[in-house]
Design a protein around this ligand. Structure first.
Ligand SMILES: *Cc1c(COP(=O)(O)O)cnc(C)c1O
Length: 433
């Protein structure tokens, strides 16, 4: 069986909340003295997501309207066996991948955009603001807002805005309004641009701008694409579906791999399986892969830091490269975040998750090999997971082990062709390792 599908009515009915099972408690967010901060989170987040953010209930029901929208947008997504890739690698390992690229917006991001838009609408809100790196999150939120009839403003990291011009078009089709960040629309954006007119932008800066926009306007909430607990929660529909699909295939995973930016696709894909490990019922390995140019989990410090650049968010305990870190302008724009989900950070710190890095050259090589074998052109972000899945499969070739390797294909790369073009023509800048 190469394609394992579930029917519409098998969309999960509940989200899995790993807060109920973590091996230690996540330290509460702190406010730092002398900083202008978001004193009142309720002013920018919906009641629905705030409740989820701090909940310790193990399973949280998915509202029927949200589940219905998931079905209309094509969920559940299929799980594929990468038989052609296995043959190309001549490995005894079995490789499976979850097709989050099959969502209409091309990535897993719609899984959290839909509930976030739904809960904001329920509170009577008229517009959502947000940040976007590569543009996947802004695209998903623009579509989700149009589904619930709300406006959407997107601050897009400038370097990606320039690298991926058609992202703006897609967001525009769905009704999203897009500004390159740093922008002229916020006080913070104007300040950053005045200091450096050629600033490439960063997710941290775009988050600051989006929060500021929500803070100064009533009837406007801010929505975040990753890192926070409620986003990890929403994404757990991925892993719950994979569980059922692997049961159908009569497989148990030995290694599960995902790329990590803020941690949401990795968390959503692995948390339902990490639960088994926490319960002592599994020895699956979990590997998060990040760019060597933005090595948050492998080289960051596990301590309190701000989630944005200007220090508007509370201090959060997480792996971080420092809130003023500006990652080099690599093509995997979705992985250029200085911080990491507090839940993923804690699990890494406690040894439940392993982290690896991959260089830009390596990921385009892996992405191209995968595309030739399987047909799908992967997002550069997802290619980080592919790179390590290929490494694991090659190891199996040496040892003769028949491991079951499962990775999350978080998105397609059909709007990342500038990066692929540079790779194919040999003009991709070499990043340091
Ligand atoms: C946003 C994005 C990522 C990184 O974000 P996470 O929150 O770490 O999942 C990875 N892959 C794709 C395709 C994305 O759009």
């Amino acid at each position: 069986m190469y394609k394992i599908e579930l029917s519409s009515d098998e969309v999960p009915k509940k989200w899995y909340n790993i807060n109920a099972d973590l091996p230690a408690e996540i330290p509460s967010p702190k406010n730092s003295k002398g900083k202008k901060q978001v004193e009142s989170l309720p002013k920018i987040f919906s009641k629905g997501v705030l409740e989820q953010e701090f909940s310790t209930e193990r399973y949280i029901s998915i509202p029927k309207e949200v589940r219905d929208l998931f079905m209309r947008m094509g969920r559940p997504s299929p799980l594929f066996r990468a038989k052609s890739l296995e043959e190309k690698l001549n490995t005894p390992a079995k490789i499976y991948y979850k097709r989050e690229d099959s969502s209409p917006t091309g990535s897993h991001k719609l899984n959290s955009a839909i509930p976030q838009a739904y809960y904001a609408k329920k509170d009577g809100i008229e517009r959502l603001t947000t940040e976007t790196g590569a543009g996947q999150w802004g695209t998903a939120l623009s579509l989700a807002c149009s589904q619930v009839d709300m406006d959407c403003t997107v601050y897009m990291v400038k370097v990606s805005f320039d690298q991926k011009p058609f992202r703006k078009t897609i967001m525009g089709i769905y009704g999203g309004k897009v500004f390159a960040s740093p922008s002229k629309h916020t006080e913070y954006g104007r300040k950053v641009s005045a200091e450096n007119p050629d600033h490439p932008g960063s997710l941290g800066i775009a988050i600051s701008e989006a929060i500021e926009d929500a803070l100064v306007n009533d009837e406007v909430y801010y929505s975040i694409g990753s890192a926070l607990n409620h986003v990890m929660l929403h994404q757990t529909i991925i892993g719950q579906e994979v569980k059922k699909q692997l049961e159908i295939a009569e497989e148990e995973p030995d290694v599960m791999i995902g790329c990590v930016g803020g941690g949401s696709n990795f968390a959503g894909f692995t948390f339902p399986f990490i639960k088994d490990k926490l319960d002592g019922n599994s020895d699956c390995e979990f590997i998060g892969v990040e760019p060597s140019s933005c090595p948050t989990l492998t080289q960051g410090t596990y301590d309190f830091d701000f989630g944005d650049s200007s220090g508007l968010t509370p201090l959060i305990k997480m792996f971080s490269l420092g809130h003023d870190f500006i990652a080099p302008s690599v093509h995997a724009g979705g992985l250029r975040y200085h911080g990491m989900s507090p839940q993923v950070s804690l699990l890494k710190d406690q040894g439940y998750i392993e982290a690896k890095t991959a260089s830009q050259d390596e990921i385009f090589k892996a992405g191209t090999l995968f595309a030739k074998a399987e047909g799908v052109v992967p997002a550069p972000e997802s290619s980080h997971a592919i790179k390590v899945a290929i490494d694991e499969a090659k190891k199996c070739k040496e040892t003769g082990e028949e491991k079951t390797i499962v990775f999350n294909l978080s998105g397609h790369g059909l709007l990342d062709l500038v990066g692929y073009d540079k790779y194919l023509s040999g003009s991709l800048p070499v990043d340091s390792k």
